[in-house]
Design a protein. Structure first.
Lengths: 149, 336
């Protein structure tokens, strides 16, 4: 499904809605250009999950772990050049845990992402404050009204 | 008094490093993998993910480090290791190696916080430096303002709520077409640019907050570049670099000076890769002089990740008897 968001407030609302549908072992894959808003959407999802810490960017560390009140692994694979590097940092071990995973730039490691993952693509539009969001693997139909043009 | 010799291991992120440190202040050896190998090949320090193959390198680095120190196993008083924050897989390599050494030699194991190491790097560069002072840690992964009360005693006054400052530099550099890591290229391009050319936002957050937010300026630069592209206007990369750098430095300098004045400290130390930024150094020095504050920067080799800084921090834990058992675990999200 596709929807449009026109402000930071709408991003936060979308993140909150998504967060309520996540369970252990849910995997969210975020794609989109630099500055599209992947980290902002992640922060909104995490907030919806009840995580109160600062959600800082894991670009440098590749993964940040959160344990309260839910176990969440926040990946950013921007710096990964080869999927083998993911196994070297223990990606399998992270996958095997009962945690929610959010992976920014997931398209870089698409071949090793489990099939049942939720993909969220964030696209720029002609309007600088607006984004087109494409979601596959998660049904948000009942909320569609909130984000229609 | 007998000299205390500590062998330190750092594998928290990209670098594999082993150092031997005497009395917390003197470097007997400090071997960093990326510096011995890639340095020659590319003419600079290139952090690369593949260097996370710590396990393949640590033996070599350890052997070279001990050899360069001119010491033997029997001269070592303790083994220090970074136990967080960092990547769990990377941390575990150094940790397992350190535990094996400590167990085999029958000497204490000292667990060190990586951020504590960045602060302690200054003790290696400045033999007379003593707490209390204010520390600004600015790197690809960290942005912290810390009140250093005593050796190993800290209060975090502020930190980033989203992107680290070094990361903002790298991402803006990438969109301007500079190689990775892009910090030094921004620094260089900015010298030929007009820092007043584009008015990028300065994010100060709440009044009196020492926290940072750099995702706003990153987005502002990207939005600027996109809108210029849409309008078909050619951009001046030097002006963008200079204007971006000025905005970031404005915020860093204002907050660190405010923190020093509030805590009534006379000395400011800077560490982490971004401490190499020439504009930050210049502006901070000017501003500090106005307020009669002294600013210290360790040399670049001690700003980026290295084991010497871990050995320096470990010395003060050794004196206090802060050791770990062999069941020590890595803590990827360790706080200061």
């Amino acid at each position: 499904m596709k929807l449009k968001i026109k402000s930071l407030l709408e991003t936060e609302a979308l993140g909150n809605i998504i967060s309520k549908k996540l369970k252990e072992k849910s995997i969210i894959c975020l794609t989109g250009d630099l500055g599209a808003g992947k980290t902002t959407l992640t922060q909104s999802i995490m907030k919806g999950l009840g995580i109160e810490e600062y959600i800082t960017s894991p670009t440098y560390t590749i993964v940040n772990e959160y344990h309260h009140p839910k176990k969440v692994f926040h990946f950013d694979v921007y710096r990964i050049n080869d999927v083998d590097e993911m196994f070297e940092i223990g990606f399998d071990d992270y996958l095997n845990q009962d945690a929610i995973m959010i992976i920014e730039w997931a398209d870089i490691i698409e071949e090793i992402i489990p099939k049942d993952a939720i993909w969220i693509k964030i696209l720029y539009t002609d309007n600088i404050d607006e984004r087109l969001i494409e979601i596959t693997g998660m049904d948000l139909e009942e909320h569609y009204e909130n984000f229609r043009d | 008094m007998k000299d205390i010799i500590i062998l330190a291991i750092e594998t928290s992120c990209d670098e594999t490093s082993v150092a031997v440190i005497k009395n917390g202040r003197e470097i007997l050896s400090n071997v960093v993998y990326t510096q011995i190998d890639l340095h020659k090949k590319f003419g600079g320090v290139v952090p690369e993910i593949a260097s996370r193959k710590h396990i393949e390198k640590i033996d070599l680095i350890f052997t070279q480090s001990l050899e360069e120190s001119g010491l033997n196993f029997s001269d070592l008083d303790a083994i220090a290791v970074t136990y967080g924050p960092g990547l769990v897989g990377a941390l575990l390599v150094g940790m397992s190696y350190a535990k094996a050494l400590a167990f085999g030699l029958g000497i204490p194991l000292i667990p060190v916080n990586h951020i504590d190491g960045h602060i302690a790097a200054n003790y290696l560069a400045f033999p007379d430096l003593k707490p209390p002072y204010i520390a600004l840690i600015v790197s690809g992964g960290h942005t912290h303002i810390i009140d250093v009360l005593d050796y190993g005693e800290y209060e975090v006054l502020g930190r980033t709520r989203d992107d680290a400052v070094g990361e903002a530099f790298d991402k803006v550099a990438r969109t301007l077409g500079f190689p990775y890591p892009g910090g030094p290229y921004i620094d260089k391009a900015a010298k030929d640019g007009n820092k007043e050319a584009i008015k990028f936002p300065r994010t100060y957050l709440e009044k009196d907050s020492f926290d940072f937010s750099f995702s706003g300026i990153k987005s502002a630069v990207l939005n600027y570049l996109n809108s210029m592209k849409m309008k078909g206007i050619e951009i001046n990369a030097n002006d963008v670099a200079a204007s971006f750098q000025e905005a970031v430095v404005d915020v860093l300098v204002e907050k660190i000076i405010k923190a020093s004045l509030k805590m009534n400290h006379k000395e400011i130390i800077i560490a982490g890769g971004v401490a190499a930024n020439s504009h930050l150094r210049k502006r901070l020095k000017e501003e500090a002089e106005i307020h009669y504050l002294d600013v210290f920067y360790p040399p670049m080799s001690l700003c980026t990740d290295n084991a010497a800084m871990i050995g320096a921090a470990a010395y003060y834990q050794f004196k206090k008897g802060i050791f770990a058992n062999l069941d020590l675990n890595s803590v990827p999200n360790l706080k200061l």
